[in-house]
Design a protein around this ligand. Structure first.
Ligand SMILES: *Cc1c(COP(=O)(O)O)cnc(C)c1O
Length: 429
């Protein structure tokens, strides 16, 4: 059999990069086979180094709301690069960016730019701890908040896929400060609050869980969660690294109608460049250095290239509110097509969708919580993934990831996807 260019590159990569990749989920560990090395992306498609083209639904794991390399972002980047790449001093664009974020997400009265989602969430936890003078916090099983030590306790996404509930290298001390809640089950929170009275600084949650597949938060659960946080003086943090500017122009908080105390962003806010941000109530954010004593810093934070791409994306979102109706229409088409397929095939697999985030779970029980998500047959997902790939559709190489639809997906792409979905499921059951 001929070796592909991707296979050769992967062999070489494994010599010099742990596992051959710079982020674990890219390695195809849970679906088997060799990861594709990508040469370029355009619109809804990517091309690998062997010249194969795929319609894809990863969008760099969320950032590409408008597909790959749209002209208006490329133009903004080219203009910016002519002016220099980094100054380590304030720029006008940072002010414009902060104002625009605050306008689109009103609960964010002040914001600090960072360089990744991980930085955003760890800084938000520090701010909450510094503000409340308390140390413990609650996260939910199956939710992912980046790779800071104290988040790697039953985390979602790659950690869930690799079956590493708690990573080696995380100290007992760190683990002891992280309390685990059960997503969509308020009793679990009541218990934790009761047994850790006066010690909990924050609750951090993905307002639409997107790192254990896609799971919507129950309205009643959220209402009670918010109330408990208020009563107990716990800072409520929405991790909107994935959902921010994805599910609506104002994130999941606009969709759910609940304002958190702090919000974290990433992904779309950088339009494909390494960016994150955390922000929220002025009272809390003013305690961040240099206006307050809670230290937080970054050599490249607010980087002009990253800001120009992100600002172009958010400006487009502001000026084109129809973006979300277009995404809804495309995503609904896909959902309906896939549901129809499942019906024809006599399979009752759970298919969850919130706006342009979707996940099909290989389990026939409804998936509304962590337990439901992990009841999926991940081996079957691996087979499905490869059948889809054969048919030119590139999905996330793991069951517990979301499928993202972009404005660049055409009717043709969607039809092709629905057809491939039918054939793929048929081939593996
Ligand atoms: C992706 C993600 C993160 C981590 O962001 P990085 O930029 O990968 O560090 C944190 N929280 C959520 C909800 C995410 O989806």
């Amino acid at each position: 059999m001929n070796t592909t260019k991707s296979e050769k590159l992967f062999e070489e990569a494994k010599e010099y990069i742990p596992g051959g990749v710079n982020s674990p989920v890219r390695a195809f560990r849970s679906v088997g086979g060799t990861p594709l090395f990508i040469k370029k992306g355009y619109g809804s498609k990517i091309e690998d180094v062997d010249g194969n083209e795929y319609v894809e639904y990863i969008g760099s794991w969320g950032p590409h709301l408008f597909g790959h390399n749209p002209d208006f972002i490329k133009d903004a980047l080219i203009k910016s690069i002519e002016m220099g790449t980094s100054f380590g001093a304030p720029t006008e664009l940072e002010v414009k960016m902060a104002k625009l974020i605050s306008e689109l997400v009103p609960s964010v009265q002040m914001v600090r730019m960072v360089n990744s989602g991980t930085e955003a969430t760890m800084s938000a936890i520090r701010a909450a701890r510094g503000y409340t003078k308390k140390e413990k916090f609650i996260k939910f099983e199956g939710c992912y908040h980046g790779h800071a030590d104290y988040f790697l306790i039953k985390a979602g996404s790659g950690a869930l896929t690799l079956g590493v509930p708690t990573s080696p290298g995380v100290t007992k001390g760190n683990a002891a400060d992280t309390l685990l809640g059960d997503f969509n089950h308020i009793e679990s929170i009541k218990k934790l609050v009761q047994s850790n009275k006066g010690e909990i600084a924050a609750v951090i949650i993905e307002p639409v869980a997107g790192n254990m597949g896609v799971i919507e938060m129950k309205k009643e659960f959220l209402k009670e969660l918010k109330q408990i946080c208020q009563e107990e003086k716990i800072v409520l943090i929405f991790d909107e690294v994935m959902t921010g500017f994805r599910v609506t122009s104002g994130g999941a908080q606009k969709l759910l109608g609940v304002e958190p105390d702090l919000t974290t962003f990433g992904k779309i806010i950088g339009a494909g460049l390494p960016v994150g941000a955390f922000g929220g109530k002025k009272e809390i954010m003013e305690m961040v250095a240099p206006s307050g004593p809670i230290y937080q810093a970054g050599t490249l934070s607010g980087n002009p290239l990253a800001m120009s791409a992100g600002y172009a994306a958010l400006t487009y979102i502001k000026e084109h509110p129809e973006v979300y109706a277009i995404l809804e229409e495309k995503s609904k088409y896909l959902e309906m097509g896939m549901k129809e397929n499942l019906k024809k095939l006599g399979k009752n697999y759970a298919l969850n969708r919130v706006a342009s985030m979707m996940a099909m779970f290989f389990t026939e029980r409804p998936v509304t919580d962590y337990e439901g998500a992990v009841s999926s047959n991940t081996e079957l997902y691996g087979k499905y993934f490869h059948e889809m790939l054969k048919r030119g559709i590139y999905l996330a190489p793991a069951q517990f990831e979301a499928m993202f639809v972009s404005t660049a997906h055409t009717k043709d792409d969607l039809e092709k996807t629905v057809k491939a979905h039918y054939e793929s499921i048929k081939a593996i059951i």
